[in-house]
Design a protein around this ligand. Sequence first.
Ligand SMILES: *Cc1c(COP(=O)(O)O)cnc(C)c1O
Length: 407
Amino acid sequence: MTFSFLSHLDCSRTGERLDADVVQGTSPAGAPLLARYDLDRVRETVTPRDIAAREPNLWRYHEVLPVRSPGHVVTLGEGMTPLLPMPGYGRRAGVPRLLMKDEGLVPTGSFKARGAAVGVSRAAELGVRGIAMPTNGNAGAAWALYAARAGLKNLIAMPADAPVITMKECQASGAELYRVDGLIGDAGKLVAAAVAGRDGYQEVSTLKEPYRIEGKKTMGYEIAEQLGWRVPDVILYPTGGGVGIIGIFKAIRELQELGWLDGKLPRLVAVQAAGCAPIVEAFERGARESEPFPDARTVAFGITVPKALGDFLVLDAVYTTEGTAIAVTDDELLAAQRRLAELDGAFVCPEGAACFAAVDRLRESGRLGEADEVVVLNTGAGIKYPETVEVDAPLLAKDEAIPKPAV
Ligand SMILES: *Cc1c(COP(=O)(O)O)cnc(C)c1O
């Protein structure tokens, strides 16, 4: 039985075809590589009904994932996260059909685990002995822990002001961890130089290896499956490097080619923080690529990416689906984070909260309608970012009475 129908890799810029069964980074043109599958054979081999009977994790889609042998799957149970109605927030925003896919529930508390599970599994399968990456935190934590499970060495470099919890996850996993006095791009230069001098190591920075997208595209497969093999009207995604939105778009196209979805495309919305909004800036100019965003800064650390390697793929997804790109301020996203917890009991990460803030803005401007079915990706758990909420609860002495409720 064929576990994966991976056939080759395509350069996302030139279409040049590359061998998928050796370790690959970017294409000769310096662009991300996209994994391709023999979808005709997938269609003959498996049906949505077969998939429904499988374990509730992302490996249920193994025919369209790159790992060739089930023995090489490195898993902590990632995937098949709930798609939940958010009726309180939705009603208040005027978008009653508001749903949230909660990626806070995956191992390591962020959806980076999807990319790490598939990326680490495939790297180990191809004989890589160590992985190295710059990160804003969550990706490093996820890759370090999955690498530990796979028995791979790992070198992680992150900005010194990245969330401390992500450093602790790396530290606990035994990673070779460095803090860098700079941004993720600075960390990236140091990692690239280090990897050049190390045998058996692969650089696995965002979109510099082909398989992280494959892990993240499973969000698109799951949304379609959870809605009964159809797509919503709109999907909002907090966009940093853009891997998730590129992956979801890729998933929808593959599903259409498989004949498991009709031709309808969801409008894909790239949400960014006003403090780091290169994709939004490019979208507003009608450009197909972004310019490096100066002085990038936002509490939504996971989307602090001033210039993404795959910016043109993100913009293509937005333009092709007639979606949009929108930036929200840190004040707006922090207010949305509180409101969602108050109204619907969901404590989301600031990146996810940015999408909820964007729902309000898009509804006000009429770009979201009342009848739209809207899916927000909450890409991580709020509890990974304890500093986003101030505690101003009264401090009581041991013999002090708790005040009576106001009438
Ligand atoms: C990395 C990250 C993002 C952005 O993901 P990309 O695929 O790089 O755009 C969003 N939210 C969280 C919590 C993240 O860790």
